[in-house]
Write a protein of this length. Sequence first.
Length: 155
Amino acid sequence: MLKALEAIYTLPEVASPVFAASKHWDFFMGSHLHNARSGKFQGGYLAGAGFDAKPSHAHEFEELIKNNLVPVFEKLLADGAVTSYSVAGEVFHSEKPGRVTLVYTTADAAGVDKVEQEVLSALEKNPALEAALQTAVDHETHRDFLARIGSMTNK
């Protein structure tokens, strides 16, 4: 990975005035809960959220995601609402340990809306899940993100 990053830094475009004046940082994420539909996609969205698990609840939080939210994302993937999803943590910590990032991609804005509906539905159907998540996570540090994608390829 670092060799590829170093190769990118040698490209002439990286030294352009726009890149030279821009703030930039690299961070490495590792994921063992992920899936994607193969294909090339034009346009779409990358969305997700970052959570800090409370120190004594990190394993519990990971199990809650694996057993309750991953099946929701697998269904969304099968239905075509999402093109990929991943639950990741930092390999080299720039944030405090315990940070978990749930990220997904959709082909269009309707996919983002569908994810929101399905996750909220899963929480409504299982009040114990919502209570367990409330216990396991520091909600003051929770952050959501949304970005437009020009194109992407999933293998």
